[in-house]
Every structure is written in C-alpha cells, then in structure tokens.
Design a protein around this ligand. Structure first.
Ligand code: GRG
Length: 328
C-alpha cells in the first residue's frame, strides 16, 4: 500500500471525498467574531489573540481576508501590547510568547509589520532565551520546545534572528530528540506530533534539518494515520483534525508526505465539516470551533485542495505572505 503511494504520489480529488463548503466556513468565522457573551466566547477570552490568528488566516486561505477591516484589528492588537514589548491574549492580559507570535502573524497577514516597534518586540523575545539555548514562554519561566519554535519563527519574520544565540537554540532542540526520531517538550519528554512540528519547523527555519533522521521520523509520523484516514498525535490516540496540520506540515518539511494516503486524509477532514452552519470539528459529528476550522483548512491547503491559497509548512502563514516578507 505505502509502496504504491510512493510510486504514485499525485492526489486525485473526487466528489466521493466530499467538498469544502467555503462560503459556510467564511460565515462561521464571522459569526464567531461577532459573538461576545455566550459560553464559548467567554471561555475563549484569554486566547482571543490566537483566535484572531486562526480565524483570519482561515479567511485568507479561503480568499476572503479583504472582507475584514484591517485597521480595526491592528488597533485592537496594539491595545494588547505590554510595555515589555510582548503581547497578551486580550486587552489587559499578561504578555506571553504564545500571543506575541499570533500578533506578529496577524500583522504579517495584513502587511502591517511596519506598524510594529520591531526593536521592542524582538528584545522581548530575545530576553526569553535561557543559558542552555531553550526559551521560556514568559517571565515565569516555563520552558517548552513550543517556545523555541515561536521565538525562532517570530524573529525570522521580523528579520532579527541575530538577536539570539541560534546555535544554542538549535542544540537545545536537538537535545529534545528521542530514539523514535520524534521530539518532546523538554529533553526526555515523550514524542508528540505538536512538539515535532515545533522542532522540525524551528530546524527548517534555521537551516538545520540535517539534525533529523528523516526516514526514522517519517516512519513515526506516517504511522499516525488511522484506518479512517485521520491522523493522531501519538500512538494509541484518537485522530483529530488538528494533526492534519502538525503531522502533515512536518512530513512535508522532511520530504516524506508521500508516505501517507492523502486521499483518505482529505476525506476525513471534509467529513468533519458542519456542512449546514460551517466550521470544522476534531472528529466527524463533534461540535465545530475556530481552532479545528483553521487546522482543517490549513491541512487541506497543504494537501493542495483546489481553490485554497497555499500555506507555508514552517511559518504557518500563506505562501504569498511569506514571499512578501522575504522577497519583497
Ligand atoms: C503557528 C501553527 C502555529 C503554532 C505555534 C503553540 C504552537 C506554536 C504549537 C503547539 C504545538 C502542540 C503542542 C500542539 C498539540 C495540541 C494538542 C492537540 C494537544 C493535545 O494533547 P493531548 O495529549 O491530546 O490532550 P492527544 O491527541 O495526544 O490525546
């Protein structure tokens, strides 16, 4: 089976796979943005900045970012900036590197990076690097390879990678590599597809992919595909649409995406759509949310689903945005 896919990696789309309900997803994203008082909006309040990145990137991939008032979004994000230079998840919230990346990504989407005080933001990020090369997420010091990725991704987008010790950052990430080829949160931590994305992404951005045993990691990643076509994040776990991003982008970065069945994955993602009201859920027939809608659409984009903008697997931004940043 895998051998056949290796020989014939071209993806054929057919109606049996289902079809993306683009307009419904656009309506769904706008409806979430307007909701202010229901339970989900209140529960999501602390990560509104991440929500903005997921929702707006989805709209861009679907070709509908023009319908958003960029100035309104930019002025809200600026109100979330702390004097340290970092951004919070919402107005009045403490800064964290997680929200700082989302803020920078949204500025990049709207071609508004010039509005940022780049020195201030990059000083904040560089200040979170520890002696061993790792990164803390904020002033309280939790260390995680997610934060290494975020620091490297952000600084690269802002053309300030020289503000950190890249060699040490890379060697810390390599110290989180496991015998199964995967990566965990910290040295010795269990391999998990989310952390693998972060480590592979950081190594890709810094030109350090030679530290990866691509066949070994590729094998671990392609084993994440379950019978139903979806991907899980580690052995014996349920599939979840979000891994269509974490696993697939990693497979693409190490050049082993032809080791999974793309057709089955497309069908799984499309089966997770709410075809009446829009949005995508973790698994078929579950409740939809913006997080899974973004990762579902992003996964379809990586799979070159027709009508979607291409997304960059390392930066998690549309390819045209990345080209604008690096090639003018
Ligand atoms: C710009 C795309 C982008 C990311 C920024 C925050 C971040 C960097 C990466 C997060 C990577 C990560 C750890 C993703 C996993 C998220 C997830 C679904 C965790 C759930 O873990 P479990 O153990 O679920 O609850 P499983 O699926 O293992 O049962």
């Amino acid at each position: 089976m895998r051998q056949e896919q290796i020989k014939n990696p071209t993806l054929h789309f057919s109606r049996d796979m289902g079809e993306i309900v683009t307009e419904k997803h656009v309506q769904y994203i706008f409806s979430v943005e307007k909701r202010k008082d229901d339970f989900i909006s209140v529960a999501m309040e602390y990560l509104r900045m991440n929500g903005a990145y997921w929702g707006l990137t989805t709209l861009d991939l679907l070709g509908k970012l023009d319908a958003v008032d960029a100035d309104e979004v930019v002025s809200w994000i600026m109100k979330c900036q702390h004097e340290s230079g970092g951004f919070g998840g919402n107005i009045g919230h403490d800064p964290h590197i997680l929200y700082t990346l989302s803020a920078v990504q949204v500025f990049a989407l709207f071609n508004k990076l010039n509005v940022l005080d780049v020195e201030k933001v990059t000083n904040y990020i560089a200040g979170l690097q520890n002696e061993d090369g790792s990164f803390s997420g904020d002033e309280w010091g939790e260390v995680d390879t997610r934060f290494s990725y975020i620091a490297i991704c952000c600084l690269s987008i802002l053309h300030h990678l020289n503000k950190i010790n890249v060699e040490k950052a890379v060697s810390y990430i390599v110290s989180c590599k496991n015998l199964d080829g995967g990566f965990g949160c910290t040295p010795g931590g269990e391999s998990h597809a989310g952390q693998i994305f972060c480590c592979v992404g950081a190594l890709a951005i810094t030109g350090s992919l030679h530290h990866i045993d691509k066949d070994l990691l590729g094998w671990w990643l392609c084993e994440r595909q379950v019978k139903a076509g979806g991907l899980n994040g580690r052995p014996e776990k349920l599939p979840d649409v979000c891994y269509s991003w974490w696993v697939l982008s990693s497979l693409i970065m190490i050049d082993r995406v032809h080791w999974i069945s793309k057709e089955k994955l497309v069908k799984f993602i499309l089966d997770c759509q709410d075809t009446e009201n829009g949005g995508i859920s973790d698994r078929p027939d579950d409740a939809v949310d913006v997080y899974h809608t973004f990762f579902g659409v992003a996964g379809l984009s990586l799979l070159e689903y027709p009508g979607l903008k291409a997304i960059d697997p390392a930066y998690a931004l549309p390819v045209d945005v990345i080209n604008r940043i690096f090639f003018g």
